[in-house]
Write a protein that binds this ligand. Structure first.
Ligand code: SAH
Ligand code: SF4
Ligand code: F3S
Length: 452
């Protein structure tokens, strides 16, 4: 590659889970700390970071087509500097370097704190790859957070030792590691100073977090949540994603006792049949999962539940799939994510017998999503009439309209005056659609009365 001028503008495109989005924000902050500014909407950026996801489908192919689009008909001095980051970078870094000469940098999810050095090399005309997995070193090397959304993410745990047979995450993110307690408390305080009202604790297995608190006690996620609830100015705490095998009495109790912990639980189950769960290496059964939910609901009766599902896992029969529908009918999720099984290179399930035909998966997914949508709409409808706090996250499409989230993670839009992003507005939920609700803010007069 030829040397090039230092970039003035950047764009980070994140394609994956919330942690991928978090990583994207942190990379953007690093570039910002170097004086590089975000490219204006619709304008080409001098530096593009493709922050990729490897979880499903032909994610790698998408990277190549994006690279093609960015460089089409452009000589090197007109094309942007391209970095490929995220989980595809981790899994297929070498191939990307070999196949896409327009890429200057390949950086894995545990190495992106080195992006600035790599950028210096790129400007000097040198390509580089960094897919090392140092144990959590990146966080110490990242710049402080100065500005944030009212609803912010905080990565507390990374990696996965569960090795579900369909999943690439243990290979792309590495082994389970917990960030230290004191770093997290400090970072949560900084986020609140920077404007956060809500913090979602992130981890591929967030419920596996463990650490030593400032009193020298070993604590789990529940202990961390209880201490973060003491942070002044922080109004809401959420966490995601948990694994049923790690959920203990303490986290259940925290849901009943910690007011700032929102009444929402995302607890993926994947399938509703024990043979399939075993083949997935899920280490829970349908029964143990349902019993766990029962205990959560006892602790927090208004808890909204969310889950992840995979249809068409190798060998899944029609009858086994119908067990998933039965499970859904029993749980009645407030929201859920569901996917067609996608064979991932290098995972055990990819070479299992009985790969399910694409049309069968499509049909099963449609039937499952019908039920999940029905339940989501029913949950929203049942919320009508409740008065709750809505955290305002952005302006709506119409003038005077605002968009925010209810405690149950529902999108709520409403009209109101004297409102700013980051406000917690008392609103009565008035109408329910499948994906959002319309709220009516309690009048300013009533609000003043409540505050008095
Ligand atoms: N650690 C989390 C999230 C993993 S990825 C957990 O254990 O739940 C998010 C979701 O993607 C998974 O819950 C699963 O439903 C889905 N997923 C993972 N691998 C997949 C694959 N190979 N094909 C289809 N869906 C997959
Ligand atoms: Fe993947 Fe399973 Fe780990 Fe979740 S628990 S990240 S699905 S291996
Ligand atoms: Fe995707 Fe990596 Fe997240 S594969 S789902 S970006 S952990």
């Amino acid at each position: 590659m030829k040397p090039t001028t230092a970039p003035r503008t950047y764009r980070v495109k994140s394609f994956g889970c919330q942690m991928n989005v978090y990583d994207g924000e942190r990379m953007a902050e690093m570039l910002g700390a170097r004086g590089i500014v975000p490219a204006a909407e619709g304008e080409d950026a001098d530096l593009v970071v493709l922050n990729t996801c490897h979880i499903r489908e032909k994610a790698a192919e998408k990277v190549y087509s994006d690279i093609g689009r960015l460089t089409k008909g452009k000589t090197q001095d007109k094309a942007p500097i391209i970095a490929v980051a995220g989980c595809v970078a981790q899994a297929e870094g070498e191939e990307i370097m070999a196949r896409a000469p327009a890429v200057s940098m390949v950086v894995g999810p545990q190495a992106y704190h080195r992006l600035p050095e790599m950028l210096d090399k790129a400007v000097a005309g040198e390509r580089s790859t960094d897919t090392d997995m140092p144990a959590i070193a990146k966080f110490a090397a990242l710049p402080e957070r100065r500005r944030t959304n009212p609803a912010s993410f905080l990565t507390v745990q990374e990696g996965c030792d569960k090795f579900c047979t369909y999943c690439v995450v243990p290979y792309t993110r590495g082994a389970e590691i917990s960030r230290p307690y004191s770093d997290l408390v400090t970072e949560a305080r900084k986020l609140v100073e920077a404007g956060a009202k809500e913090i979602t604790l992130l981890g591929q297995n967030v419920s596996a977090w463990s650490g030593e608190n400032d009193r020298g006690h070993k604590v789990g996620l529940a202990g961390l949540i209880r201490d973060l609830a003491q942070v002044d100015g922080l109004a809401r705490i959420r966490y995601t994603t948990s694994h049923p095998a790690d959920m203990d009495e303490e986290i259940i109790a925290a849901h009943g006792e910690v007011e700032k912990l929102m009444p929402f639980l995302h607890l993926p189950v994947q399938a509703g049949n024990d043979r399939v769960l075993k083949a997935m290496n899920r280490s829970h059964t349908v029964e143990s999962y349902l019993r766990l939910l029962e205990r959560f609901r006892e602790a927090r009766p208004d808890l909204a539940l969310s889950g992840d599902f995979i249809v068409g896992f190798p060998g899944e029969t029609e009858a086994e799939f119908e067990d998933t529908l039965k499970l859904v009918d029993e749980v009645r999720y407030a929201q859920a994510f569901s996917f067609k099984y996608s064979p991932r290179p290098g995972t055990p399930a990819a070479s299992m017998d009985g790969q399910v035909a694409a049309e069968v998966m499509k049909d099963r997914l449609a039937r499952l999503q019908d039920r999940l949508n029905r339940d989501q709409h029913a949950f929203n409808t049942a919320s009508v009439g409740k008065t709750c706090e809505v955290l305002v996250e952005r302006k709506g499409k119409l003038p005077g309209q605002w968009l925010g989230k209810s405690p149950w993670l529902q999108s709520v839009f409403f009209e109101g005056e004297d409102i700013a992003i980051g406000d917690l507005v008392q609103a009565t939920l008035a109408d329910a659609g499948p994906n959002s609700l319309r709220g009516e803010p309690v009048s300013a007069h009533e609000r003043r009365y409540e505050n008095a």
